[in-house]
Design a protein. Sequence first.
Length: 195
Amino acid sequence: MRTSEIKRSTSETEVSVKLCVDGTGRSVINTGVGFLDHMLTLFAVHGRFDLEVTCTGDTVIDDHHSVEDIGITLGRAFDQACGDRRGITRYGSTWLPMDEALVLCAADVSGRSCLRFGVKMPAEKVGSFDTELVEEFFTAFTREFPISLHFILQYGTNTHHIIEAVFKSFARTLSACLAADSRCPDTIPSSKGVL
């Protein structure tokens, strides 16, 4: 079982993440940012990751520090849990519909950080959540778990649906990337021999 437990403490936030990559989708999420709680719960369910996330942050200012630091900590948790990436499939992609929205997520667990976020949000907020923070979350995540991660919004008009499609497609894609390749269970999936 690929598991990790990561804590991050700054003057702005206290974040704790427990992760089991080979889980069933069980989650306990309490970040202080309600919309992010919803998205991380969906992420756990659709990726079949067991995930516990807690955060105490300076949300009296805004949600930025909490969202970014959770992205950092979750990225570190995946990095630690997946070790040298031996035996993984490496690549994955998912077209995911969410009502009127359609999003593509494609990823390569390459050992190189790259984010292309081709998702324009129709609204600046969903409830009290600043929608620009979605990209901040994924920027932080890919810095700590070095993958090439691409999102394309094909179409959509409801910002909540678009963001939900982003997180669900990410969950499915990451799960596919990290799935065991039964043909090469003890091989690092790179002609270089390292990721």
